[in-house]
Design a protein around this ligand. Structure first.
Ligand code: NFS
Ligand code: SF4
Length: 630
């Protein structure tokens, strides 16, 4: 793909980002967009998925114009592309699952009383999960039950056989189909290990089998690692409820110490939020000449603390460098995933300190303050002290905080949605299902995923969301796509004005915006649960009958491959804006974009234009409605 140098306006629809991009250019700071344009032509083999470096005979690549072209071992394009896809799906599963494992481990130690700073917050959810796990709770204390729930969750990762417990949440029909297809995962870690084994030199060369196993490891993410991350985070920190906050770079403060938390895990960031109100910290911040400490988030760490504490969001993935360019950030604290290695060099142009905290993701040229759960609060305070101490180094001449900040109501867990429809005593998905049946709500679509320099930032995600609600489609957002909607003002009651009359009526009755923020990317598991609830409340008998779809028009991460995969395995249409790196393998491509529909009921479709993507989705939903007879 060749790229002409672009203007900041053509790179994003977000005013705050545009301003900071211009500031970066004038201050000679290079951002992801500049580096993307500097590449000029991206590797044509890589983009098609027809290169391989899985052994030292290679690297090998396939001549796309020669059908007989092979790697040295004899691997063809289909083998190479499908192996690459499976490795990526396993990597995505690993990222969500390692995050989930850490949450489970923290819950275990907290319930054992070994972590003074953490305690079980949501006992209702704890009891519900204990029941699901078949744990006998009679006569046991909350902490004793917490230990058993955490141990059971941990065993879901570590076991090699037996199947994942949360799969029992699904209607029998889908499970039976998956059994027939051989894609029911056993344990989370074993699926990742087997996927890496399968993709070794001299292993499977059947692209169909390799692709189906990429679905299998992705299911281990959706119904395993990611779902455990979501449920156990709820137990530890509370199940989200509707909460007000603000979003975009304008949430940074002129006169406070600004600390950004960036990455994915809530374990440390929740402590930083708490410690920022500590008397000692507040006094130190005032002594340093500021009005206090202002915490805001980037990426999914932001979503986690927004959903539970109402902490403002500074921006999504492509705004991480731009946040530093404001010149007003004293510290950016990073944990794991989606952290650009460029941050220290951007920070070097300002006074910002980049602080890495995870032993799994050390960042070169950053300050490393290792996060240990046993002294979480202390670590949080140490980090805040570094930030406060750095306030004096802020160069007023370099500070320019964009004015853009938008209101948002977030915090829509599956439980909240159910509660909002019926109150404490009649919490239920019945009203939603009834309104889908009577046509007031045409369908439900999840818009998820990242931002990507290949497409204009936020444009496709925001436009698709607007188009869908106009057509009475209820939209559920997660990840960076949710932050995009929020920045565009779509997550406030006023957004109701943009919705079609049927959807508006329902949203007004329930009291929610037509586009819901459902959380971080691991929280896509909440969408799986919501779809399951719809079936349980009488909408069809299996997921592929539902008037639903998924969309990830600006995706970039391997985690998004995994998420897309598990929705396709579930039976959903998933529209992506950037094609998978498999286009050099025509048979695999046909399987993923066409034939898989006859196998799981779901499929991928590539459509970067949000208006056409909307049309595609509406037609798909219309066909599903017709089949359901509604
Ligand atoms: Ni999801 Fe969250 Fe954003 Fe993409 Fe990265 S932050 S886990 S991967 S970029 S949505
Ligand atoms: Fe080449 Fe085969 Fe080795 Fe891959 S596994 S690098 S295709 S020889």
């Amino acid at each position: 793909m060749s790229q002409e140098p672009k203007t900041s306006k053509s790179r994003t629809i977000d005013k705050a980002s545009e301003k900071m991009m211009d500031k970066a250019t004038s201050e000679k700071v290079s951002t992801a967009w500049d580096r993307f344009e500097a590449v000029k032509v991206q590797c044509s083999y890589g983009v098609k998925g027809i290169c391989c470096r899985h052994c030292m005979l290679g690297p090998c690549r396939i001549n796309p114009n020669d059908e007989s072209s092979r790697g040295i071992c004899g691997a063809d394009a289909e083998t190479m592309a499908s192996r690459g896809l499976l490795r990526s799906a396993a990597a995505g599963c690993a990222a969500h699952s390692d995050h989930g494992y850490d949450v489970a481990h923290t819950l275990l130690l907290a319930a054992k009383g070994e972590l003074p700073n953490y305690k079980i917050k949501d006992t209702k959810k704890l009891m519900a999960i204990a029941k699901e796990y078949g744990i006998d709770t009679t006569g046991k204390s909350v902490n004793e039950i917490g230990v058993l729930v955490a141990e059971t969750a941990i065993s879901e990762f570590e076991k090699a056989h037996g199947g994942l417990r949360f799969l029992k949440r699904m209607p029998e029909k889908r499970l039976k189909l998956w059994e027939k297809l051989g894609i029911v995962p056993e344990g989370v870690n074993s699926e990742i290990v087997t996927s890496l084994h399968r993709t070794n030199m001299g292993m499977g060369s059947d692209y169909y089998d390799t692709f189906m196993n990429s679905l299998r490891v992705s299911i281990a993410d959706g119904w395993g690692g990611a779902m455990i991350a979501t449920e156990l985070t709820d137990i530890l920190f509370g199940t989200p409820k509707p909460i007000r906050s603000k979003v975009n770079l304008g949430v940074l403060s002129e006169d406070m110490v600004n600390v950004l938390v960036h990455g994915h895990e809530p374990l440390l960031s929740m402590m930083i939020v708490e410690a920022s109100q500590d008397k000692e910290i507040v006094e130190l911040a005032k002594k340093a000449g500021s009005k206090g400490v202002n915490i805001a988030g980037i990426c999914c760490t932001a979503n986690e603390i927004l959903m539970r504490e109402g902490i403002p969001v500074a921006g999504n993935f492509l705004q991480q460098e731009l946040a530093i360019v404001t010149g007003a950030v004293e510290a950016m604290v990073v944990d794991v995933q989606c952290i650009m290695p460029s941050l220290p060099s951007v920070a070097a142009c300002y006074h910002t300190k980049i602080i890495s905290t995870s032993k799994k993701a050390k960042v070169r040229d950053a300050i490393h303050v290792q996060f240990e759960e046993t002294k979480a609060y202390e670590t949080a305070k140490d980090i805040l002290k570094i930030a406060i101490d750095n306030f004096k180094n802020r160069d007023k001449n370099k500070v320019n905080i964009p004015s853009e900040s938008m209101d948002i109501i977030a915090g829509f867990s599956s439980e909240t949605l159910s509660y909002m429809q019926g109150g404490v005593y009649r919490a239920s998905y019945n009203p939603l299902v009834e309104n889908i049946k009577n046509g007031k709500i045409f369908g439900v679509v999840g818009i998820v995923g990242c931002s990507n320099c290949k497409v204009q930032q936020d444009f496709a995600n925001v436009t698709l969301a607007k188009e869908l609600i106009k057509n009475n489609v209820f939209v559920v957002n997660t990840g960076c796509a949710a932050i995009a909607s929020a920045k565009a003002g779509l997550m406030v009651p006023e957004a109701m004005e943009l919705a079609g009359p049927g959807l508006r009526e329902v949203c007004e009755a329930i009291g929610c915006p037509p586009i819901l923020h459902a959380g971080s990317c691991v929280d896509n598991s909440r969408i799986l649960v919501a779809c399951t609830e719809m079936i349980k409340h009488g909408l069809g008998t299996d997921y592929d009958e539902l008037p639903i779809a998924g969309a990830a028009l600006e995706w970039m991460s391997e985690k998004a491959i995994t998420i897309g995969n598990y929705f396709v395995a579930q039976g959903a249409l998933v529209v992506i804006g950037v094609p998978h790196m498999v286009t050099g393998a025509p048979k695999l491509k046909k399987l993923m974009y066409e034939d898989i529909e006859g196998i799981t009921g779901g499929k991928f479709a590539v459509e970067a234009d949000p208006y056409k993507a909307c049309e595609l989705i509406l037609n798909h939903i219309a066909a599903k409605r017709k089949k359901l007879g509604i």
